[in-house]
Every structure is written in structure tokens, then in C-alpha cells.
Design a protein around this ligand. Structure first.
Ligand SMILES: [Fe+2]
Ligand SMILES: [Fe+2]
Length: 219
């Protein structure tokens, strides 16, 4: 691993994974590397940004961090907390980049990406798109999928269908490569949880009904 990314990783470590999402930083960092192997983004921007993007959660109270998992929360409450974790993340990332004497121009771009990684309705650049793609791929990963089943008490099949629908939603993923990775991950989750594709399931039901029809037809 590149030494500077190692140092950023080490510096950010105390602030990571603060929302019952152990592994979020590592998994999203790995996806970012995979995306960069297939897309022409700048690793010197994308990798520091993905490593530090959620460090800001560490500065919020437990109540604030888990607000989106509570009943009766208004969209305004949720939004306020999202902005706060972004603002705090920028402060932490800024301090780390300064400490490591990271290139000021690249640092500006990294901080800009972190500043609205969860709240922008549009993508501002290839680098930004790849960071947000890597972040969203978390939901499709083995660890992220399991975390959502536990945190939201979702049925695996329900969660599968829900995130599958996201893949082709306009504005969800930036890159086609991320969509392909998401599909690959979902196929692995189906295998893991014994989830049948809708078409396959329908086919089985058809077979059953044909048999049932045959039984009733003899009466
Ligand atoms: Fe975030
Ligand atoms: Fe994240």
C-alpha cells in the first residue's frame, strides 16, 4: 500500500465506524481501490476522501449518531445530523491532511467531497462520483448487508429487493462500473442467504400451480 494512504488510514482510525457499522471505512476503501482499477479517477483524491469521509460521526453524541434508526424522526432532524457529521468530518480530515503536509490543492478537493458526500443531489466530478459510489457499495457488501439486517431488522429478501431497485435509480450510482460491482455483490448475497430472483420464484410458483391444477383437474 502507498505509504501516504497508510498514514492517512492510521491517523483516521480512532474516528472510524461509529454507527454500529464496523468495517465501513475498510470496506468502502477497498471498493474505492477496485473502482479506481477500472475508472480513471485520481487515487490521490479519491482514496484520502473515502478513508476520512465518515470520521465526523465520531464527534456527534450517541443520540445524534443513531437518530436515523429511531421512530418519529423528522427529515429535518435527520438532515441536521447528516450535515453535522459532514462538517465535523471536514475538520478532522483538514487536520490530518495538514499534519501530513498533504498537497494543498488535492486537500481542497478532498475536503470539498467530504463536505457534502451524503447530501448532494448531483455529482460534481469523476473523483467525487467514485467516492460516493464506493460509499454506497457498502450496502451491497457482505458486512454492510448484514449490518443493515441487524440495525434495521430487515428481512434479507426485503433488503435485497430494496437495494437492487437502487442500482438503476437515476443519481444513485455515478459510474457504470459501480453498478456492475453492485450486481456482482447482490448475486453473492442471494447465494449466501438463499434468496431467489423474482423471475425464478415466479417460475416455481407456476410449476406448483400446474401440479395443483393437474390434481384438481382429475376430480
Ligand atoms: Fe457519511
Ligand atoms: Fe459512509
Amino acid at each position: 500500500m502507498n505509504d501516504i494512504f497508510d498514514r492517512i488510514w492510521e491517523a483516521a482510525l480512532p474516528y472510524q465506524d461509529k454507527r454500529d457499522d464496523a468495517g465501513h471505512a475498510y470496506v468502502t476503501y477497498t471498493y474505492a481501490q477496485e473502482l479506481l482499477a477500472l475508472e480513471a479517477g485520481n487515487p490521490d483524491v479519491v482514496l484520502p476522501a473515502i478513508i476520512m469521509h465518515d470520521t465526523g460521526w465520531s464527534k456527534l453524541s450517541r443520540d445524534e449518531r443513531f437518530i436515523i434508526f429511531k421512530d418519529g424522526v423528522t427529515p429535518e432532524d435527520e438532515k441536521a445530523v447528516r450535515f453535522k457529521h459532514q462538517d465535523e468530518g471536514v475538520k478532522i480530515a483538514h487536520a490530518i491532511l495538514e499534519e501530513l503536509r498533504y498537497d494543498p490543492q488535492l486537500s481542497l478537493e478532498i475536503l470539498e467531497i467530504i463536505s457534502e458526500h451524503d447530501t448532494r443531489d448531483y455529482f460534481i466530478s469523476l473523483n467525487e462520483g467514485l467516492v460516493r459510489d464506493a460509499d454506497k457499495l457498502w450496502r451491497f457488501s457482505e458486512i454492510g448487508f448484514r449490518a443493515d439486517i441487524e440495525r434495521f431488522e430487515f428481512d434479507p429478501e426485503f433488503l435485497h429487493d430494496r437495494i437492487e431497485a437502487k442500482i438503476n435509480e437515476t443519481g444513485f450510482f455515478y459510474s457504470e462500473v459501480a453498478r456492475a460491482l453492485a450486481r456482482r455483490e447482490l448475486a453473492a448475497r442471494r447465494e449466501q442467504y438463499g434468496i431467489l430472483l423474482e423471475g425464478v420464484e415466479e417460475k416455481r410458483l407456476e410449476e406448483i400451480s400446474v401440479e395443483q391444477y393437474a390434481e384438481t383437474a382429475t376430480i
